[in-house]
Write a protein that binds this ligand. Structure first.
Ligand code: AQP
Length: 345
């Protein structure tokens, strides 16, 4: 029977993560990582490297740990401060998998079957996908709620998964008659970086798995590669228009204007005000210069961290300990709510 909505009254907490499935790109940076850095100044933040999510598709065991370090290096290089925010690998905190199982018994098959990301990733081959890939959003709900996180900075592609996390939290609170036990986590999606599109096709999301390397700018790209990819970015024959409405049927240009706005921290309209009437010969070099100015220092710092894996490992080990300290008491509470056996004190 559904309970009246009771608000969660615990402390605000931010949680998010990235998969160690390849080099991070501009979409990951502008859609999520940049927000990670900003939020650490105002919130308690927990940032995970979601290696358990990564293995929902095949990962070479010989390189998984190195990929995990790479993502940690990207977090640190982008400005996540391990003295302010927790950075850790998901598999180092066992609570993720335990809570995912509990939530498997709360979530409904019908909810999961509506998830568009699974449909996109599996295509016509869904019978051959891992059960883990199908169950991915349940693990994601467990990631967030293991910390009773209230806010989740993500790109727009994660909106549906976040809605599922809220549904799971609400159903748990109702089923076990513990109103307000879990917060209903709020996605932090807004801003011009929320959906960065491929540089080769303005209708497709920029993605690690796109076979075209020119479709994305990676955080490991040097200045020349960044400039070249922007120069080669697909555009049309027109000039930069005056109004946002005129971007509607020019997806590639709309994407580049959004990227400029996200870097410069101005609105798309302000970008148009600056460049209206100018051609791509002016706009693309200006965008490339801005991109290099912001990304180059991150790439350099990332290379330093990659040369020094011991330091990154120290951050991850300390982070795992801190994450476990938050997660363990919450997990104990959840086990109590669900009525599992425990030894009498
Ligand atoms: N194009 C994007 N624009 C804005 N945000 C994006 N994110 C991903 N792509 C874009 C956000 O980055 C965070 C981490 O994503 P992830 O590591 O979970 O991987 P993903 O979403 O699977 O990233 P990819 O690059 O798209 O990988 P593949 O190719 O494997 O599908 C998330 O917050 C995500 O929203």
């Amino acid at each position: 029977m559904s309970q009246p909505a009771v608000k969660y009254t615990g402390p605000p907490r931010v949680f998010s993560g990235m998969q160690p499935t390849g080099d991070l790109h501009l979409g990951n940076y502008l859609g999520a990582l940049k927000k990670f850095v900003d939020l650490q100044h105002s919130h308690e933040c927990v940032y995970c490297i979601v290696d358990l999510h990564a293995v929902t598709v095949w990962q070479d065991p010989k390189i998984l740990a190195a990929q995990t370090r790479n993502i940690a290096a990207a977090y640190l290089a982008a400005g996540v401060d391990p003295d302010k925010a927790i950075i850790y690998p998901q598999s180092a905190v066992r609570g993720h998998t335990e809570l995912a199982w509990f939530f498997n018994c709360v979530a409904r098959i019908g909810w999961l079957s509506r998830m568009t990301q699974f449909k996109e990733k599996s295509g016509k081959n869904s019978e051959n996908m891992s059960v883990g890939l199908y169950d991915y959003p349940v693990l994601q709900a467990a990631d967030i709620l293991l910390f009773k996180a209230t806010h989740v900075p993500v790109g727009e592609d994660q909106k549906q998964h976040l809605e599922l996390s809220r549904d799971i939290a609400q159903k748990f609170n109702n089923d076990f008659e513990v109103p307000g036990f879990f917060p209903l986590p709020e996605p932090l999606i807004k801003g011009p970086g929320a959906r960065i599109m491929s540089l080769r096709d303005g209708t497709k999301k920029m993605s690690k798995s796109d076979p075209s390397v020119n479709s994305r700018i990676n955080l490991t790209d040097n200045a020349d590669a960044i400039a070249k990819k922007i120069r080669k970015a697909k555009t049309d024959a027109g000039v930069i228009p005056e109004s946002l409405k005129e971007l509607d049927d020019r997806p590639e240009l709309a994407n580049l204007v959004g990227i400029y706005g996200a870097f410069a921290e101005i609105s798309k309209q302000q970008v148009l005000d600056k460049y209206a009437g100018k051609g791509f010969g002016v706009f693309k070099p200006a965008l490339a210069e801005l991109a290099v100015e912001i990304l180059h220092p991150i790439t350099e710092r990332m290379n330093d961290y990659l040369k020094n894996p011991d330091e990154t490992d120290r951050v991850l080990a300390k982070g795992a300990q801190a994450a476990n300290q938050i997660a363990e008491p919450i997990l104990a509470e959840i086990r109590d709510v669900m009525g599992f056996w425990k030894l009498k004190p």
